[in-house]
Ligand binder design. Structure first.
Ligand code: SAM
Length: 219
């Protein structure tokens, strides 16, 4: 088991190395993220999401958790007709996201909003519909994020959640930190809950930090 895990990690490093340097525009943003300890999606994770977007062809995307705009810009790059609304609760990160979006000329495609996602969604009417939702915010609140976004996701729309394997803390193979093991248990409960939720047909893919892809079955 331990040995297999090592092979899996080596495979992930190999896949990640294939993407290195493929997006020079974004290098500055990823370097800023490392320097300022801002968590952003792993390269194989975001590349998988971009491929889902190419297949599913959403026109309107809702993202919960902008950070500094890395994943929103990556998604916008897939097609210039895609419109993205992205929510960020932290003011410093929101300001940096706005800077990045402006510098790379994505203001026409990406609307970044500085607000708690749940407060934002409480104020919306369901007339505003999205065909793709990416949840990548506070990991302990995933269930709330799903429940609050579900009414805004069209039938057959995709719900994507990042970090559902959370660095091995969900399966229990990693237990270095007690605090993160607790969070891992919470994410495990969320995974079980969503798998059994009849509103969605759900699968988990072991890429990036673990990504859920759920298709909404209901209106
Ligand atoms: C993992 S980062 C997002 C990374 C980003 N998606 C990327 O890959 O470039 C998670 C972000 O969610 C934000 N966040 C956490 N809870 C939130 C909430 N309730 N509403 C909006 N943003 C939230 C955090 O401040 C943090 O910047």
């Amino acid at each position: 088991m331990h040995c297999w895990r090592k092979v899996m990690r080596a495979s992930q490093s190999y896949i990640q190395s294939l993407y290195e340097g493929s997006d020079s525009e974004l290098r500055r943003i990823t370097e800023y993220a490392v320097e300022h300890h801002v968590p952003i999606m792993e390269v194989d994770g975001i590349q998988f999401i971009k491929q889902l977007i190419r297949i599913h062809r959403p026109k309107k995307i809702l993202e919960i958790g902008t950070a500094i705009g890395y994943s929103a810009i990556q998604m916008a790059k897939v097609d210039s007709s895609i419109q993205i609304t992205t929510l960020e609760v932290d003011e410093t990160r929101y300001r940096q996201a706005m800077k990045n979006i402006q510098t790379l000329n994505y203001e026409n495609q990406i609307k970044a909003i500085h607000q708690d996602a749940i407060d934002y969604l409480k104020e919306r009417t369901e007339a505003e519909q999205f065909d793709f939702v990416l949840i990548d915010a506070a990991k302990g609140k995933n269930k709330d994020f799903v429940n609050y976004t579900a009414p805004f996701l069209k039938k057959n729309g995709l719900l994507v959640v990042d970090n559902v394997l959370f660095k091995g803390y969900v399966s229990g193979e990693n237990n270095e930190s007690k605090r993160l093991s607790k969070l891992g248990s919470k994410i495990n409960s969320f995974n079980q809950w969503l798998m059994n939720d009849e509103r969605f047909e759900t699968t988990i893919v072991e890429t990036g930090d673990g990504i859920t892809v759920a298709i909404k079955q209901t209106k």
